[in-house]
Design a protein around this ligand. Structure first.
Ligand code: NAD
Length: 262
């Protein structure tokens, strides 16, 4: 059987995180040449080593998605290490902090918007430029969230940044469509991850309950009746990176067990 991503160069930002790692594992299993990038180089080094130990092709490069110079240097290095231009990008770097709307400091608002929205824009733009220059009809995928679909009083900055990613995906898709490049996103729901534990430790503290109680109450509201795994997200990201999704662009798909339907 032909592997879907055989020899395709796909770069992941936030590759050391729970979701970025699952995406890297999924893509490597399907033959992709994976370039993991993150601020946390020790984490991506461990993930890449495990992929190589399993017979995959994987490289690591340090990248700060908020810095155009860091992005350009990392992409130069990625092209040099793998011997060619990128075929795909997954922008998974992200941050989240918990504050009530009335207490959210401007500095934290700025920080979240800078990493989650501006960082996604900067990486989309530089990868888009390089795909256009090299004539690659590539696939670009962002990670939004169901938080970007409605209001979130305790993660106001995060929800705004993720709504921004949905808008950015639409604009980038229109700009890059004439070059045959697709741009889409996924909106995960409640993923079994460190980030979700952060959300629920904040919520639990506000409500005077335990983290486990807060998580269980949330899982009760998920129509499919279970928490989402990082692999559930990776499955749909892989689809959007593949030619199976070649006629889709500008879309943000809810991948959330039915939690959000708009
Ligand atoms: N975990 C969830 O429940 C959930 C739900 C919906 C959406 N998401 C989104 O999915 C993406 C991945 O989430 P995760 O759960 O893997 O989070 P995570 O915290 O495990 O991973 C995020 C990664 O981004 C990296 N990062 C942070 N700032 C960076 C920067 N300036 N430059 C480069 N890398 C940076 C971190 O070092 C970390 O490795 C995020 O965009 C997140 O907002 C997560």
């Amino acid at each position: 059987m032909t592997l879907r991503f055989d020899g395709k160069r796909i770069l992941i930002t936030g590759g050391g995180g729970n979701i970025g790692t699952a995406i890297a594992q999924r893509l490597a299993r399907e033959g992709a040449w994976v370039i993991l990038t993150d601020l946390a180089v020790d984490r991506i080094d461990r993930v890449a080593q495990a992929l190589r130990d399993g017979g995959g092709r994987a490289w690591t490069v340090s990248m700060d998605v908020t810095s155009p110079a860091s992005i350009a240097a990392a992409l130069d290095q990625a092209e040099q290490m793998t011997g060619g231009p990128l075929d795909g990008l997954v922008a998974a770097a992200g941050v989240l902090k918990i504050y009530d709307f009335l207490d959210l400091p401007k500095a934290d608002w700025d920080f979240t918007l800078n990493v989650n929205l501006t960082g996604t824009f900067l990486v989309f733009q530089e990868v888009g430029r390089r795909m256009v220059r090299s004539g690659v009809k590539g696939h670009i995928v962002g990670i939004s969230s169901v938080s970007g679909r409605s209001g979130r009083p305790n993660v106001v900055d995060y929800a705004a940044s993720k709504a921004g990613v949905i808008s950015l995906v639409r604009s980038a898709a229109l700009a890059l469509a004439p070059h045959g490049i697709t741009v889409n996103a996924v909106c995960p729901g409640v993923v079994d991850s460190d980030m979700t534990r952060t959300v629920h430790s904040g919520r639990a503290a506000l409500k005077g309950i335990t983290v486990e109680e807060s998580l269980a109450a949330m899982v009760n509201t998920i129509p499919l009746g279970r928490i989402q795994t990082p692999a559930d997200v990776a499955d749909v990201v892989a689809f959007l990176l593949s030619d199976d999704a070649g006629y889709m662009t500008g879309q943000s798909l809810n991948v959330c067990g039915g939690l959000e339907m708009d």
